[in-house]
Every structure is written in C-alpha cells, then in structure tokens.
Design a protein around this ligand. Structure first.
Ligand code: SAM
Length: 495
C-alpha cells in the first residue's frame, strides 16, 4: 500500500503536510539521514534543499527500490535500523516509525549518538494520553504498538536538549495525536566574557559563577601559567605568549611585565585563534559549564562563538555597558594631546606671567619658593607667596612677612616651624636658640597687585628687609618674551 504521497500518487500519509509540520532545520551543506525513509520523500527534499549528503534507510526493499528510482543522487540503504551508517549527521529524521522498534528507547539513544555537536534528531511520534512514565499499548486500525506517555518521553529524553515543536499532520484512523520533537545533544554552556580590559569581566564572572558548578577560566592566568612553565601549550602559541615583555626592577630583582591583551592580538594576527580556543578547551573539565574571562578584540568575538559552537559548546556571550572601562593607550594619548592643545588655547583665561626679582640682602638667609619665575596664575587667583627666612640674630619680638603695593600693606607673622630649613642652613648642628624658632612663611595677595608690582619683605625685630620685587608682565612684554624664547630655541650654537 502506498504510504508517502507524491504528485499523481497519493498515499495514506499527506507527505507535504507532514514535511511542513517537521520544521526541519536549514539543510544546505548538511549531512542528512532518514531512518525508515519509505520512498524517500524527505530525502528528496533534503537533496533539493542543498544537503551535501543524503542517506535514506528502510527495511522495505520495495520502498527502497522506488526511492532510488525517484532520487538517484541520494544513497538508499535497504536494511534495518539495527544497523546504522556511520555518523556524524547534522540532521536525522525518524518519522512515524519509532513505534516499530523493538526497543524504542535504545533506538533514540543510538540515533542521538550519531549526531554532530550541533546536530538535530527530528522525531515524529504519537504521544499517548495519561499520566505516569509508561509505554501505552495502542490498537490502531492497522496494528497494535507501544506509544510513550508525555512523562515517559520526558524520561527517555532526559540526557538531551529537546523541545516539542508542535503537532504533526493528522492521519486517517490515527487514535493518537502525533507530535514533532527536536532533540539535540546536551552541550555544556560556555559563558563568554570577552570585553576589553578593565570592563569588569573578572568581577562579573566571580559574582555570577562563584559557588556554582560553572568552572571559571581566566585567559590571563593561563598565559601566566605558560610563561612560568606551569602548563603546556602548543609550541606556536607558547612562542607568541613568551615573545614580548617589558622588564622592570624591584630591588635587585628583574621582573617581566606582559600585556595579555596584546598577546591575544598577536595570536589572532598569526591565524591561531582556533588553536587558542582549543588551548582554552584543553583546560576545561569535560561536559562542564564554564565561564571564560579573556579579552578578545570585538571584531573576532563572533569567530570565538563559532569555534566554541563547532566544538560542541553552547556559547552564551555576555555583554554589558562598559563605559567606565580602561581606555586604550592610543586613545589616551590622542585625548591627552587634544587636551594640551585646548589648555594652550585657553591662555586668555590665565593671569599675567609673573616676574620675581630677588634682592641682595645682608644679615638673613632666605628662600622665596612661591611664586616661581614665569609662572602664570588663573584669572583672579591670589598670588601665593611662600618661603623661609633665617636671620643672623633671632629677634625677641619674632618676625613678620609683609607685602607692600602703592599705599596698601599687609603682613602676617612668620609662624611655620621648618626643621628641614634649619638643617639645611646649619647642618646637623642646629644652634639651640634656633631650634624652636618658626622660619616658614605664607601670605596671599590680590592678583591685581601684579599689575604695578609689589615688594615682599620681612621685619626682623625693628629692621625691615626687602626680599623681592614681584610683578606681572604686560601682554606686550609677554609676547616679546615668548618670541625671544622661540628664537633662542631655534638658534643652534655654531662650532
Ligand atoms: C509509517 S512508515 C513512515 C515512513 C516515513 N518515515 C514517513 O514518515 O513518511 C514506517 C517506515 O518504517 C520502516 N521500518 C519499519 N521497521 C523498520 C526497521 N526495523 N528498520 C528500518 N525501517 C523500518 C517501514 O518499512 C516504513 O517504511
């Protein structure tokens, strides 16, 4: 009796409708096996859809003969499913046939074992109503067979990732609803944290996976282990990992600093990304979910996903906002250069250039540390005057520092103790009478004073000692000085 339907030859099964219900994955460039293929309707479709190799298998010699006639490009095997062709297959179909198997559960496992890592077993099967994990004996118009309850199917498919895709076509006299189930090898998850350095990869990995069964793998740590001969790596990788480093001293010890991100880039540039993925996988326990924390440049991350997927993993890429990550050195330098330009262009916001003219003074040693020669203040910033003064004789009444500008005058006591200064002036033998004498001073004056200039001095007892004259250059003077500095820089001594 004709089972499958072809144009002009209708059988008891509406093959086109069944095909629509199967929701087969894309078959282009795939290896396809149809178990219990009958006259090869679905094999023909696989060939039509671009599958590279199509094999149909059926114990009925009549069905196989017809199948081979219809689709000579496909391979048809007239044999029982007790003997299966060698895998792996990308797609295996077992439609309306499981119930004929003496050991249905074993057949499912044998077919699943022939799947490629990303392969799919498409099972079209009747599911018996009722609860409990049971095989239910169902009498149909044509025969009497065992069909699984939903709970039994769930038990049988426990070792796989599977999903009931939907109902299959209804056939005349069917006492049961038929379903289409897609079954895939259960793959370990690989959570990919490949973002840039400083984006928080390790923190996220620790938060998500610490105290779970997911194994955390750090690409940087692995590189380090290779460098210190704690783990093996293929020669080509090892050479690239060890190739470049910067040396630095810690005490007597010379240490090496490596840039892990740079190593990854060089490995990729050498065309060894697949080897790197294999190297990572070699450090993972089999069939265990894992999280990989290792920088990979953005343009190569899809490739990493593909490589893990090809190797039987279920890659899950983790992405997050990383606006606060460490910037790249190149970007950094560009930004800094731009900032410098901006700073230079903002000159107008600065106060005048400061000139400091120190006086020759007898009887005191002093230093005027601030303001420094040719420094520039921000607009309206007060002129900070700071330094120290050590007189030959210590006055009874202490010292004050003063600033005089036209008829304005301010003074503050010299009140900072500066042991460092006393040591500098007297060496290790600081005279006892100086030991507790404050010699450091600090005083702020209005920036406007720079225009006409002002005097800074100290009063040592009754004596007034002028230390320096301080003034700001006018715009004209500043321009001339800048030009002079430029010319001096250009002139090279002639020998
Ligand atoms: C109901 S038909 C389904 C045909 C096809 N899969 C479809 O859905 O159109 C079941 C097929 O399984 C085949 N079959 C039954 N037992 C088999 C076995 N032990 N080995 C191989 N094929 C078998 C039959 O010959 C028949 O062609």
């Amino acid at each position: 009796m004709q089972y499958q339907s072809f144009p002009g030859q209708s059988g008891s099964s509406l093959s086109v409708d069944k095909l629509a219900g199967l929701r087969l994955p894309d078959l282009a460039h795939k290896r396809f096996l149809d178990v219990g293929c009958n006259e090869g309707f679905f094999c023909g479709f696989a060939h039509f859809s671009g599958a590279t190799e199509v094999i149909g298998l059926d114990k009925s010699s009549a069905a196989i003969r017809k199948a081979q006639k219809r689709f000579p490009v496909c391979t048809f095997l007239n044999q029982s499913w007790d003997q299966l062709p060698d895998g792996p297959f990308d797609v295996i179909l077992l439609a309306s046939a499981l119930h004929y198997a003496a050991d249905q559960e074993a057949l499912i496992h044998r077919l699943a074992s022939l799947l490629s890592p990303n392969g799919v077993l498409v099972l079209e099967v009747g599911i018996a109503p009722g609860s409990g994990k049971r095989w239910v004996d169902v009498t149909r118009s044509i025969d009497q067979c065992l069909f699984p309850t939903r709970a039994m199917l769930t038990k049988v498919l426990k070792p796989y990732a599977w999903k009931i895709i939907g109902h299959s076509v209804k056939q005349k006299g069917d006492p049961l609803q038929r379903y289409v189930v897609h079954i895939q090898p259960l793959k370990p998850f690989i959570y990919l944290l490949l973002e840039d350095s400083g984006s928080g990869k390790s923190t996220i990995s620790a938060r998500l996976f610490k105290d779970t069964k997911t194994v955390e793998l750090s690409g940087d740590v692995l590189f380090k282990q290779v460098i210190y001969n704690k783990t093996e790596a293929p020669v080509a990788l090892k050479q690239l990992i060890e190739a470049r480093f910067t040396e630095y001293q810690v005490g007597d010890e010379t240490k090496r600093s490596y840039n892990w991100g740079d190593i990854t880039k060089r490995i990729i540039a050498a065309g060894l990304l697949a080897e790197l993925v294999d190297f990572w996988i070699a450090h993972l326990p089999e069939n265990t979910d894992a999280a990989l924390d290792s920088y990979v440049p953005a343009e190569h991350r899809d490739e990493v996903v593909r490589l893990f997927s090809e190797r039987g993993f279920m890659p899950v890429m983790l992405n997050w906002d990383q606006s606060n990550s460490v910037s790249s050195r190149k970007q950094d330098l560009q930004q800094i250069e731009a900032y410098e330009h901006w700073l230079k262009a903002s000159k107008t916001k600065l106060g005048p250039e400061v000139r400091v003219k120190r006086q020759q003074v007898a009887g005191v040693r002093f230093s005027l540390d601030r303001p420094t020669q040719a420094s520039r203040l921000l607009t309206n910033e007060p002129v900070a005057i700071a330094g120290w003064v050590v007189p030959e004789k210590i006055p009874q009444s202490g010292m004050v520092v003063f600033a005089r500008h036209h008829d304005s005058y301010i003074e503050v006591p010299v009140k900072r103790k500066r042991n460092d200064v006393l040591k500098k002036v007297f060496g290790d033998e600081v005279p006892a009478e100086y030991k507790s004498v404050p010699v450091g001073f600090q005083l702020d004056v209005d920036q406007a004073w720079l225009k006409a200039g002002f005097t800074v001095g100290v009063k040592v007892g009754e004596d007034e000692v002028q230390l320096a004259e301080i003034r700001g250059l006018s715009e004209g003077e500043a321009t001339i000085r800048a030009a002079y500095r430029k010319v001096r820089g250009l002139l090279k001594p002639v020998r």
